[in-house]
Design a protein around this ligand. Structure first.
Ligand code: GLN
Length: 190
C-alpha cells in the first residue's frame, strides 16, 4: 500500500485527506521536512499559493520536496498546488518549487466567473465534473507534457512524467478517479 502525503500548511488539505482515505492508501499530513520520510506520492492542495510558498520556504520543505522528487516521489498539485509547481508564474516572483515546465497565470478567469463548474472530458478517465475556484490558466506547456484535459482550449489537467497538475479541485467532487489515477502513478510510473 503506497504512503501518500498531503502538504498541510494552508488550503484545503483536509478534503484531499478525506478523498485519499476512501482510496485505500496510507495517508499522512506533511508540515515539516521529516514528514516526507517514506512518502511515495505528495499532494499539494489548493489554497493561497503565495502563503503556501512562503511557509514552505520558511521551514525548508521546498528543498526536501525537490530532493525527494529527484529520488522518485510523485507529486500532484491542484490549483494553488499547480501554481507552486510551475517554473513560470506570469507576472509574479513568488516562491515556487520550479519543477514543472509550464507558464501559468493566477486568477485568470476574471471576477464574474471567480468560481464555476464545468463538464470535462479527461483522457483515460472520461467525463468529470471540474470545480474551478479562482483558478489559474495554464498558458503554455513544454513539448513533453501530456495534456489530459482542456477547457476553452487551455490545459486543465496535465502530466509531465512524474508530476500531475490540475487547475480544478477534484477533492471537492464526490469522485475519486483522479486521486486513483495519481495513486496508480505512485505504484508504477505510467
Ligand atoms: N487563486 C489562488 C492562487 O492564486 C488559487 C486558488 C485555489 O487554489 N483555489 O494562489
Amino acid at each position: 500500500m503506497p504512503k501518500i502525503g498531503v502538504l498541510a500548511l494552508q488550503g484545503d488539505f483536509s478534503e484531499h485527506i478525506k478523498m485519499l482515505k476512501k482510496c485505500n492508501v496510507n495517508v499522512c499530513l506533511v508540515k515539516l521536512p521529516e514528514d516526507l520520510i517514506d512518502v511515495q506520492g505528495l499532494i499539494i492542495p489548493g489554497g493561497e499559493s503565495t502563503t503556501i510558498g512562503n511557509l514552505m520556504q520558511r521551514n525548508g520543505l521546498n528543498k526536501e520536496i525537490t530532493k525527494k522528487h529527484k529520488e522518485g516521489m510523485i507529486i500532484y498539485g491542484s490549483c494553488a498546488g499547480a501554481i507552486l509547481l510551475a517554473k513560470d508564474i506570469i507576472g509574479s516572483s513568488q516562491p515556487r518549487l520550479n519543477l514543472l515546465d509550464i507558464s501559468i497565470k493566477r486568477n485568470d478567469y476574471g471576477r464574474q466567473v471567480d468560481s464555476f463548474e464545468a463538464q470535462l472530458s479527461i483522457e483515460k478517465i472520461g467525463k468529470f465534473n471540474g470545480i474551478f475556484i479562482r483558478a489559474p490558466v495554464i498558458e503554455q506547456v513544454s513539448n513533453g507534457t501530456k495534456v489530459l484535459s482542456r477547457l476553452n482550449n487551455n490545459p486543465v489537467l496535465i502530466q509531465d512524467k512524474n508530476i500531475l497538475a490540475s487547475t480544478f479541485h477534484p477533492e471537492l467532487s464526490n469522485d475519486k478517479r483522479i486521486h486513483e489515477y495519481f495513486i496508480k502513478l505512485t505504484k508504477n510510473f505510467l
